[in-house]
Unconditional design. Sequence first.
Length: 287
Amino acid sequence: MSSAAPPPDSVAFCADLVRSHDFPRYVATLFAPAAERRALLALYAFNVEIVRVRDQVSQPLPGEIRLQWWTDMLSGHVHGSAEGNPVAAELLRAIGDFDLPVEPLSLLADEHQFDLYNDPMPTLTALEGYLAATCSALFALAARIMAPPSEAAEHLARHAGLAQGMAQIIANLPRDAAHRQLFVPQQLLTSHGCGMEDVFAGKETPNLHAVLEQLTGEAEQHLTTALSLLAEVPASVRPAFLPLSQVRADIKRLSRPGRNPFTPQPSSRLRTLWTLWRASRSREFTK
């Protein structure tokens, strides 16, 4: 166990941060034991801090500096200020308590540098690499908190992250297009004759629907694989993968015929709570 215990308000700070910005993962932590829940909240609060950098800066350089602070902190090069940051303090505790590897945490922060620029995501392979280092890594680290690492959990985490990340990209299209940012691979746009400027202008076209249908199909395949792999990991690990039930609901909602891809359709918190609670009691996540 780690020696210096952060003040209790750092625990509450992380919980509030995750509840406000990543509600499905917050709900998933409610089904974990107390010690694991605290570590999961620290991990997810760290992810929230990293993802939010994009919205907190108007130029890439200040964003890079913020992300660099986190990688420096993880490598032990930040002295003093880490203890004063409630998320950093809690994350360091979780790393010590559960022997979490630092490298994937640093890589997650590095990978989100892509978010700071308006460069298009070039290919589906590039997107999969980005999501593997971010969404999949988060699932894998959460699984390590719940139980000793295993190849089965790593395999499951990869597909879970790809499914979740692709669904999020489709859901976030209205916001990203308004910022002239595109995580939908340029390769898919080109193959379906869909112009980037049309997307940025918010034009709903048959070509764009074909692009999103293909990306949704990819997400569905990864989700199907992830759900089939749940049976191969211990029941104690599965609370880390409860957000998959929300991914399934999101993909269903995003696949509705006639849906305008530029109209935001967020899931209500009550519906999210119900979705994860129901999943927590299903054979899929318990047997």
